[in-house]
Design a protein around this ligand. Structure first.
Ligand SMILES: [Zn+2]
Length: 220
């Protein structure tokens, strides 16, 4: 089944700036799959069977990790779970980090969005927050109207600048690639899930469920 795509939506994960989520044994998408499973997200069985069968829950189509590694979640023809009211006709890209992205991430974002626009010509590219309600009906969603801060950079400015990294949103120091490239556009399934090396917990400010905070833990 093919979908009519009317939007490309950019998200941020609100994870700690500079913290690479994936590892040699587990893609960022596989980690996010666990998060989304805990939040009650579920993919349809037929969709799971058709694409990325190790991922049962993930709501995103694409994940760009801090080191620039791209991994895939849902298939392009599969409805995502990322922005209320717009899932049926949109493709999403989630950038790890909160509001500062590596040069590698900016480069991958540009390549990915260009590829998507080649496939879906003329489709608007927006940040999640740009889909907040325009309460005064003036055609502009002012910052005071944002119901969330995701994508934490102004997508319109990024597009107007020819998809160049936005100066305020660049990580001070690039992080080294610490895990294997697990997928290339349009994506190969991530490696079989195995336990993460090490353990750690961090608090995430969820840009998607403000003002709640979600406590994510990695289990060793
Ligand atoms: Zn978002």
């Amino acid at each position: 089944m093919s979908r009519t795509i009317k939007l490309i939506v950019i998200h941020c994960a609100a994870s700690p700036n500079g913290k690479v989520l994936g590892s040699a044994s587990k893609s960022a998408a596989a980690v996010i799959d666990q998060w989304h499973a805990q939040r009650g997200f579920r993919r349809q069985p037929a969709a799971i069977a058709a694409y990325n069968p190790s991922l049962k829950a993930i709501g995103y189509h694409f994940i760009l990790d801090v080191d620039g590694t791209k991994s895939t979640g849902r298939a392009l023809n599969e409805v995502g779970a990322h922005v209320a009211g717009h899932n049926a006709n949109s493709i999403d890209v989630c950038m790890m980090d909160t509001d500062q992205y590596s040069t590698a991430q900016w480069g991958e974002l540009s390549s990915l969005v260009k590829a998507l626009l080649a496939k879906y010509p003329g489709v608007p590219v927006l940040g999640h927050r740009d889909l907040s309600p325009d309460l005064n009906g003036d055609g502009t969603v002012e910052p005071s109207r944002w119901t969330k801060t995701c994508s934490d950079f102004t997508v319109a400015n990024w597009l107007a600048a020819g998809m160049k990294p936005q100066a305020k949103n660049v990580l001070p120091a690039d992080v080294p690639a610490t895990h294997l490239p697990v997928a290339a556009y349009p994506g190969s399934p991530p490696s079989a899930a195995t336990s993460l090396a090490g353990a750690g917990c961090f608090m995430l400010r969820s840009p998607h469920k403000t003002p709640s905070r979600i406590h994510y833990c990695r289990s060793s």
